[in-house]
Write a protein that binds this ligand. Structure first.
Ligand code: FE2
Length: 233
C-alpha cells in the first residue's frame, strides 16, 4: 500500500505535511501589520477616523514593509521575534532600528487605547506601584504629560517598569523605545507608550500637542496596562 496520508498515523501525516509546507516557504518569516482592535472611528472625537486610518494603514504599514525589506540584507532578523529584536537592535543598521521600533511601538500603542469608557481603571496592584513610585496617580500623569509635551520633535512618552520593580516616566526620540539596547535609553518594560509624532494628532490638533495629550487620557485602556504589569510580575 502506498505511504500516503491515507495509510499513515494522523500525527505522522500532519508532521510530514508541515515539513513539506515549511520547505516551500521562504527562509524568513515576514513581520505583519496587526489589525486595529477596534473600529477606526472608535476613538472619536479625541482621535478622528481619518487620522486613525492614515496612522495605522500608512504609517505603521510602512514601518512593517520597510522592516521586511531589511530581512534579506540582515538574515538574523529571520530568527528574532519583534520584541527580541528591540533588545539587540544596536547590532543592526539604522533602518532596522527605525522600522523595527516603529512596528513594535505602534503595535503596543493600538492596544493601550480603547473607546472612552471602555478601558476600565488601574488595578489595585498597579495603583499601589504608581503610588509608591510617584506619590499619586495625578503626579504620575503630570510627569507623563511633561515628558510627552516636552519631547522635542518626534518621539514617544512611556510609563515603564524598571528592573528594580519601580515605575518611571521616560521619553524616547523618533521610533526608539525603552527595550532598546542603545546609549541614552532609560531601559525598562513599557507598560504604556504615547505616540507624540505629529502624524498622530496633526489633523485635529495642529501644533496643540498638549490638547492631544489631555484628550488621550480618557482613551487609555487600563485593562491592557494592568495585564502588562501583572504579566511582568
Ligand atoms: Fe505613529
Amino acid at each position: 500500500m502506498p505511504n500516503t496520508c491515507l495509510t499513515r498515523p494522523l500525527l505522522a501525516c500532519l508532521t510530514a505535511l508541515l515539513l513539506l509546507l515549511g520547505a516551500a516557504l521562504p527562509a524568513w518569516a515576514d513581520f505583519s501589520l496587526p489589525p486595529l482592535p477596534y473600529a477606526v472611528d472608535a476613538l472619536e472625537p479625541a482621535i478622528d477616523a481619518t487620522t486613525m486610518t492614515i496612522h495605522h494603514d500608512r504609517h505603521h504599514g510602512a514601518y512593517v514593509a520597510n522592516l521586511n525589506a531589511q530581512i534579506k540584507a540582515n538574515p538574523k532578523l529571520a530568527n528574532l521575534s519583534l520584541e527580541a529584536l528591540q533588545g539587540q537592535v544596536s547590532a543592526f543598521p539604522m533602518a532596522v532600528r527605525n522600522n523595527g521600533g516603529g512596528h513594535w511601538n505602534h503595535s503596543q500603542f493600538w492596544t493601550v487605547m480603547a473607546a472612552a469608557g471602555q478601558g476600565g481603571s488601574a488595578s489595585p496592584e498597579l495603583l499601589n506601584a504608581i503610588n509608591r513610585s510617584f506619590g499619586s496617580m495625578e503626579a504620575m500623569q503630570s510627569a507623563f504629560n511633561q515628558a510627552a509635551a516636552g519631547r522635542f520633535g518626534s518621539g514617544w512618552a512611556w510609563l515603564i517598569l524598571k528592573p528594580d520593580g519601580s515605575l518611571a516616566i521616560t521619553s524616547t526620540p523618533n521610533q526608539d523605545n525603552p527595550l532598546m539596547d542603545l546609549p541614552g535609553i532609560e531601559r525598562g518594560l513599557p507598560l504604556l507608550g504615547l505616540d507624540v509624532w505629529e502624524h498622530a494628532y496633526y489633523l485635529n490638533y495642529q501644533n496643540r500637542r498638549p490638547d492631544y495629550i489631555k484628550a488621550w487620557w480618557p482613551l487609555l485602556n487600563w485593562k491592557e496596562v494592568n495585564r502588562r504589569y501583572a504579566d511582568a510580575g
